[in-house]
Write a protein that binds this ligand. Sequence first.
Ligand code: CAA
Length: 699
Amino acid sequence: MQEHTVRYELDNGLGIIHIDNPPVNALSHSVRAGIMDALAQARSDSSQLLLLLCAGKTFIAGADISEFGKPPQAPSLPDVITALETFPKPVAAALHGNALGGGLELAMAAHYRAALAGTRLGLPEVKLGLLPGAGGTQRLPRLVGAERALKMISSGAPIEANSALEYGLIDHILEGELAPGAIEWARQLIAEKAPTRITGALPVAPPSQPDFFSKHHQQTARKTRGQIAPGYITDLVELSLDTPLEEGLKREREYFLACRDSPQSAALRYVFFAERATTKLPDIAPETPVRAIDSVAIIGAGTMGGGIAMCFANAGIPVTLVETRQDYLDNGLEKISQNYANSVARGRFSAAQVDSWLGNISGTLDYNDIAGVDLVVEAVFENMEVKQEVFRKLDNVCKPGCILATNTSYLDVNVIAGTTRRPQDVIGAHFFSPANIMKLLEVVRAEKTAPDVIKTFMKLAKTIGKIPVAVGVCHGFVGNRMLKAYGRQAQLLLLEGATPTQIDNAMEQWGMAMGPLAVGDLAGLDIGYRSRRDQGITSGSVAEFALADALVEMERLGQKSGAGYYRYDPVTRARAADPDVESLLKTIAKQWQVSQRAIDDDEIVDRLVLALVNEGAAIVEEGIAARPSDVDVVYLNGYGFPAWRGGPMFYADTLGLAALLERLQTLQQSTGDSFWTPAPLLRRLHDQGLTIGSLNQTG
Ligand code: CAA
């Protein structure tokens, strides 16, 4: 049955095309067909001008992403857009909320555009491994010039209505309510006898520098290594300079289809939906209430506590930082101020904005001052005794119903909850550093955490701009548990004969933001060292930690001490291979009687990535993650896994379970390492003829 998402209304010479396709007015088949029907009606009626107007919170936020990968249904979006641009009567579009992707492409083909202040306009297709496939690469340069268009399309970042007006992307800012304002503007156009205007007929303003495109190509190749859409985008915008619209559109279509049908875009579209699925928890009933969180306290004003405080302050929620000493508190508050000042200096936020956020943050040394808050996030030193002590105090002082969260990366939240008389109110909140920037948040459900506490925390995480993933209790939860398996393979490969440079280059070439050893040096090698001691692992007791231990004991702590797995240039921080590390490795291999050999890049990638896959599958099987896509969301947002490969679980399906099992078995035989025993889930899915992804549908 055809849904009625488009309604045409003729009101005293003004033809209004109403679009109402919740939640974001995506250009689904029914919308495309509805617009075509409305145009057909308007062609022969008494309308003098057509107005596109959307219901709800937003103008059209793009093509319907869920339709990609399904058989196309006519009319196609380019056909709708051509019909609109060449319509014999003037067409105006009134924008609000978001005008993104195909939505902006449609608006650009209208003859006039106006937007409510605050509307965001952009072509975010590159984030889905696509390029604007309905004229965006050819019409945007005609409206805003080649340079600005390329910047917008290749970053995918939207601009606000005021900038859009300045750049010539819209003609007018609408005041007041959308519908009355838009209708008044449209009637004004009729009164002025505004003619039709074809965007496609405009010339393109060329870039200011003749080598602009070649430089952009070089930058793109470096920054978006391995991805296909960014290079095509540069070519297409360059093409718009001296190519008639029709020809440009033809080339754009060709490149768009190549991107749309690529595994990269399939992966990025999967990620789009995976990130939005994390809050859908099958065991939390829809009627579960949420608790109001109007005030928050953070225990500990260190780097983590300060970053977490900023997240709440930025969302307009008052935060109180609690410290044990005035100088610690002063330092913490000062660091927050500096952090904000830096973002003002970098142009990220205005001074006024930052001032209002800072006004939401206060500090105290007295737990009694936080007795009335709705949520406490503990962010003290990662040590069980210290955390337990804090929770005992919180249990004594906080009001009933207050949610008590612990920011831990490894520790057992059940044990922490057990120190209170209210384990149902205790939850884990594993923020990633820097907490005010990183979007990932592992929300750790302990055994007794109440469903309304989980639901409240997931919702709150969205309010403060995070991507929350609910995880169960185990050492390292999802992300750090997988990282451990991955890091272990890196250490074994070093012992067996690979160099740090070879391992990091192979992984970066494959798409990881940074190789594992460079990450270790960045984080500080002393962190892992301390954690191993906490777990009772002493120096020299385990072969795969021998190098990492030796480096720390030589005071090579990573970037902060100028050397770790690499040597670092004190000014540029550029890493350089260090022959001392390579000879140390040879000595350690001898001590542990590991015979070294030449290792190729394929083996490095295979072992590191398959370590993530096998551990991830075990995590899903144990129910630590609700679904495989949650594992992917964690690894993509917290650990630099390339989004265009979809995450470890998605990647495993692209290999195919039969091939994957064979590779795991081969590794098990060649290394004799029981880690490579395939997770039983993988075998079971294979035997049932299912994929890992099939488990996402049930979640
Ligand atoms: N297609 C299908 N569904 C979409 C969608 C789209 N383009 N955009 C959003 N949705 C769905 C989401 O999956 C989500 O569904 P659930 O509630 O079932 O999870 C719902 O709409 C709300 O989305 P958000 O949770 O993201 O809501 P938000 O208010 O935080 O953000 C938004 C709104 C900024 C529009 C954001 O959804 C967004 O960025 N959407 C994607 C925009 C985009 O990439 N457009 C380009 C599409 S490709 C294209 O247009 C190609 C072309 O040239 C033809």
